[in-house]
Design a protein around this ligand. Structure first.
Ligand code: IVH
Length: 677
């Protein structure tokens, strides 16, 4: 009998293991890579199933199971990892009135419930010591997080210091960091122009931004924060609501949408109101959060391993609509990749009108089995860029439009929709590409747009429209033509007077000082992005050496794989490119690295250096740059591999102790500067 039972159980045991793996992977992709693969709902359903299976098979208990801990975003370089004073938990989700009622039933009778918006960003924990912001930790794995204080300080609404006598010595405020819609859209537009991958939603964009190593860039992107939870000993107030009021008085950014409710009807009215009204908010929300107001009751209810019992989230349903796929059009990018785009009958979805959605590539279209004339499902889940997730049954009379797709099979074009050149498909790639680099209009214009863009040559006054105009008029055919343009050619164009012509020429002139690494990026070699270009330029500090580098040599550079290396070699093997490069050289562009681009010396080569404390002569960022410019590596935490600590005033006690324990030497600011001299 026993054997028979275990045989019946076997598939479920297998399912349990598979779910653990799947959820672990989904967590990694969500938290570390910022590339969600499952919708929240799918994730929750799988998690519930796993919980049920684990209850059924207690012998398979595993403390490492995703049911036992929250996902982790740890492991990014350059930030100090710090243990949370109070674990940072997540919330249980609910999707219906029934689920909310179930939760309310377990609360003390007549418990007051605070309703708040559920902001869709990433959680942050701010530590205030004697009124001074001393740490800003990400959730990390819930037990320890990364200190991203330099980036958090770029958010104008977060106070760095609170000058009041009535605040406790220590308190913590938790909240959500967000990239407002407007900023998100501007950032993605910029990334599209640079052919960088787009962020799927503001949450991913905020997460990617918070982990940047460059606070200046973080500041430029414009993060925002809302705070919703105060913790600490000896805090004023007996309810959650009072605490948030207090936090507001102390100068913290607290949402106005908070409401104390007495029963489920009031909660549902709040939900109904915000389900539509949230579309007018400047930031993304994905639900509401219900919290027991009374703090004594909260304490009584306590926590499970992962979530508080005194709070629950209600998630707004992802919006989905059927609409007609009118036509598939094709966009040709600067590298010749042909991207299919769905042109839809306009449809209202999560507050915006959707009429276009990317179809990515041929495989994507095939996997959905869609063609013009189909009615397709468009989804905007968790405020993600609209995507097509399926189609209606073609036999359903209401769903299909026979006149358009009757008997027709869809096929991807075999010639470039812009210039008629037969398309090619590189092995191992999903994309079809137009190989007519030098003659295909969107490729020509796209390359010029990339060349002049802000992170490349940064030539003001040459926008998309102007480039198009100059191209039409025969003034611009490639990037080298930019440097041959004359004042009178430009000023003769409609819409452009002498003044703007002068501005453009000034921008062109200034671009001759742009350093080698950015020139290399500007050339637009396939897959050589901004960061890769910097790394290559550091190793090959003149174009003459780079030009002769082999695939093997290039592969020795950090982040350069065989595909990138081959693209570089192919670029320099093309006579047309060599001609353009020669003209650019004549024009006076920087084809050699300045000293500041690569290490200025190798005094610190092979050393790992920790910076700690505050400094009198230079900023931390300057010291970091100095270390890197001299061949050293700046690392976040002390380990036995640390060469020395650049120790300023008020160095953290934990670091000091660790350094002592491991026998790592400390160097003062003055000693370090002397060493660099
Ligand atoms: S309270 C212990 N309130 O949602 C409870 N969380 O899915 C702490 N979130 O990790 C959370 N808006 O990042 C709370 N008004 C709000 C929130 C909120 C968004 C996030 C938070 C949390 C996640 C759980």
């Amino acid at each position: 009998m026993m054997d028979l039972f275990s045989e019946i159980e076997e598939p479920e045991r297998e399912e349990l293991k598979r779910l653990r793996k799947e959820l672990e992977e989904a967590n990694y992709k969500y938290y570390v890579l910022n590339m969600p693969t499952l919708s929240d709902r799918e994730f929750d359903e799988k998690m519930h199933r796993l919980q049920a299976l684990e209850a059924q098979f207690p012998d398979l208990f595993d403390p490492k199971s995703p049911t036992q801990h929250v996902g982790s975003d740890l492991g990014k370089k350059g930030f100090e990892t710090v243990r949370h004073k109070y674990p940072m938990l997540s919330l249980a989700n609910s999707y219906s009135r029934e689920e909310i009622e179930d939760w309310v039933r377990k609360l003390p009778p007549n418990a007051e419930i605070v309703c708040e918006l559920k902001f869709d960003g990433l959680s942050i924990s701010l530590w205030y010591e004697h009124g001074v912001l001393v740490k800003a930790l990400t959730r990390g794995d819930g037990v320890q997080g990364d200190d991203v204080i330099a980036n958090i300080k770029t958010i104008p609404s977060i106070p760095w210091r609170i000058d009041r006598a009535d605040i406790p010595d220590f308190f913590e405020l938790r909240g959500e960091v967000l990239l407002p819609w407007e900023r998100f859209e501007a950032l993605n537009k910029e990334r599209e122009e640079q052919e960088e991958p787009l962020f799927a939603n503001p949450r991913n964009a905020a997460s990617g931004t918070l982990k940047l190593q460059d606070p200046k860039e973080v500041a430029r992107r414009g993060l925002e924060a809302y705070l919703y939870y105060m913790l600490g000993d000896n805090l004023p107030g007996t309810t959650h609501y009072e605490r948030l009021e207090t936090a507001k008085e102390w100068g913290f950014h607290i949402s106005d949408a908070i409401k104390v409710c007495k029963n489920v009807d009031e909660v549902m009215a709040y939900i109904a109101y915000w389900d539509t009204e949230r579309k007018n908010l400047p930031v993304a929300t994905d639900g509401i959060v219900l919290k027991v107001n009374n703090l004594a009751q909260q304490e009584e209810l306590g926590f499970t391993a992962k979530t508080p019992r005194w709070a629950i989230a209600y998630k707004f349903p992802a919006e989905k609509q059927l609409t007609l796929l009118k036509e598939i059009t094709y966009q040709v990018g600067r590298t010749g990749v042909v991207t299919p785009v769905a042109n839809l009958e306009p449809v209202q979805l999560s507050g915006t009108i959707v009429q276009r959605a990317t179809l990515h590539n041929e495989d994507f279209i095939k996997s959905l089995d869609i063609r013009p004339g189909d009615r397709v499902w468009v989804e905007k889940g968790g405020e993600i860029i609209p995507k097509i997730v399926g189609r209606a049954d073609r036999n359903d009379e209401m769903s299909a439009t026979p006149s358009l797709n009757d008997g027709m099979m869809y096929s991807f074009p075999d010639v470039c929709p812009e210039c008629g050149t037969p398309l090619v498909r590189v092995e191992g790639e999903a994309a079809w590409r137009c190989p007519n680099e030098a003659g295909c209009p969107p490729q020509i214009k796209g390359k010029i747009e990339h060349f002049v863009s802000r992170k490349a040559m940064n030539i003001d006054g040459l926008g998309e429209e102007t480039i198009d105009l100059f191209y039409q008029k025969g003034l611009l055919h490639n990037i080298a033509d930019i440097y041959d343009m004359k004042l009178e050619d430009i000023a003769a164009q409609e819409r452009l007077g002498e003044k703007s012509a002068q501005n453009i020429l000034a921008g062109i002139e200034a671009s001759k000082q742009v350093p080698w690494a950015r020139v290399l990026f500007a050339l637009g070699i396939r897959m050589v992005g901004e960061t890769t270009a910097k790394k290559i330029a550091r190793v090959y500090n003149t174009i003459d050496t780079l030009q002769w580098a082999t695939v093997e040599q290039l592969c020795a550079i950090e982040d350069v794989g065989p595909q990138i290396a081959e693209n570089i070699v192919a670029y320099f093997n093309d006579m047309r490119n060599l001609e353009i490069l020669e003209r650019l050289r004549q024009a006076g562009l920087q084809f050699e690295g300045e000293a500041a681009e690569g290490p200025q010396s190798d005094k610190l080569a092979g050393m790992s250096i920790v910076i700690s404390g505050t400094f009198a002569h230079h900023s931390r960022d300057e010291y970091k740059a100095m270390i890197e410019a001299n061949g050293g590596k700046n690392v976040g935490s002390v380990s036995k591999k640390t060469s020395f600590i650049l120790a300023g005033e008020n160095m953290g006690p934990e670091k000091r102790k660790k350094a002592e324990d491991l026998g790592i030497p400390l160097k003062t600011e003055e000693e370090f500067l002397e060493m660099m001299n």
